[in-house]
Design a protein around this ligand. Sequence first.
Ligand SMILES: Cc1cc2nc3c(=O)[nH]c(=O)nc-3n(C[C@H](O)[C@H](O)[C@H](O)COP(=O)(O)OP(=O)(O)OC[C@H]3O[C@@H](n4cnc5c(N)ncnc54)[C@H](O)[C@@H]3O)c2cc1C
Length: 450
Amino acid sequence: MSLETAKRYDVAVIGAGMAGMAAALFAAERGLSCIQIGSGGGILFASGLLDLLAVHPTQEYRLWQSPFTALAALAREQSEHPLARVDAASVRTAFQTFVAALTSAGMPYAPLGERNSHVITSIGTVKTSFGVPLSMVAGVAALERRLPCLLVDFRGLREFSARQIVETLANEWPALRHQRIDFPGFEAVSEVYAAHLARALENRETCERTIALIKPLLGDARVVGLPALLGLSRSSEVHAAFELGLGVSVFEIPTMPTSVPGLRLLGALEAAVCARGVTRRQLCSVRALTFEDSTAMLALEGATGGERIKARAIVLATGRFSGRGLTADQTSVHESLLGLPVQQPASREGWHERDFLAPAGHAINRAGLRTDDAWRPLDASGRPAWKNLFAIGSILADQDWMREKCGSGLAIATAWAAVDVIARSGATRQSMQSEVMDRHASLAMTKVTR
Ligand SMILES: Cc1cc2nc3c(=O)[nH]c(=O)nc-3n(C[C@H](O)[C@H](O)[C@H](O)COP(=O)(O)OP(=O)(O)OC[C@H]3O[C@@H](n4cnc5c(N)ncnc54)[C@H](O)[C@@H]3O)c2cc1C
């Protein structure tokens, strides 16, 4: 394509982490034509659990049974927090829509209620989360009721030890046992990986042989827990086969990154956005971004070399340091693409507490972009930098998603809220036929150093 041609969209989403995926999904569901640029982000490392808000305030490490009660407390006590700025009804609808899309794309979730669930992790700790994949749900009930339970792991799988989980939980869950087996076909291999085993279990014979190895070990177990590797793209089938073959409930336990549920989540989100007509540029990044009146122009670099895009609205979902949305040098933190002002401590000395495990966390983790009520990042004067630029997800200031256990919540809720503003602002599919070429697009691109 010539450098002087540009495809037009209602919305261009920059970033394909949880926030970018949610924004692309919601934009398509609202009838907006949408292009999404970027690769997988932190999703690959995610556990599959969709945290909404579990901890507030961080310095007290107060855990909440109801994420919605937690959100109300957050709104009262920390009104600048991005999650405090999305109303509860929108958060509910956003999660319902997101989970419904995942379920229809082959990654089913348990129905969402009003409460957080408790899920055991691969090191035997208990994680408080909101959205639980169906494959993990039986573990929530087993833990709550301390049911007789067998945990099984595989020789050579270094990222998961059933024995460690049992030893950690022994006092509070006496009816928890563990067994280790060889994975069929991998007996001679000293080290095995979850993703390989997950793929192997999609083979019916391997699946049946694995079940046959576990069945004699059941004893009085009413439920069986396994590392999260029951299939990749056909995980529902594999999970069902295990439950049928063993005759008891079966649940998965999230493993260390890169996790199989993370791979499934990414696959399901990609399928969901593609099914809704989102155009994707996975192997590209946005090199430069300029604005003229009500149109933004993006220059891409990567696989499609030199492509240009026009959009009525830009959603910046480029993440923090690992996503490369923010970068830091010796003195300060910068926003990578447009050089937007970053809310941050006055000097580097203020970035970290002396105590690495300081309960309140470190100020650097709350650095990020401040926005107006319509999710538009602010310039140095405190006004929206551009009327059609929106920022969502972990790049936003005044949150610490890891400590607050609100990663997906932050991504999904802010994506919903920003897309709602864009949809209401009148961008129409008709005005932005994605295949329409504008042969006169010759805006001078602002080269941005990334
Ligand atoms: C180890 C780990 C464990 C996690 N566990 C959980 C969990 O248990 N529960 C939970 O809810 N969530 C979990 N998460 C996920 C977490 O919710 C999200 O990763 C987090 O919310 C950040 O999402 P994000 O989309 O804002 O940013 P990121 O995931 O960082 O995505 C940023 C995206 O922007 C892209 N990008 C940056 N610059 C450009 C550019 N110029 N052009 C194009 N693209 C660009 C990047 O390539 C990337 O795709 C986990 C994440 C990690 C890393």
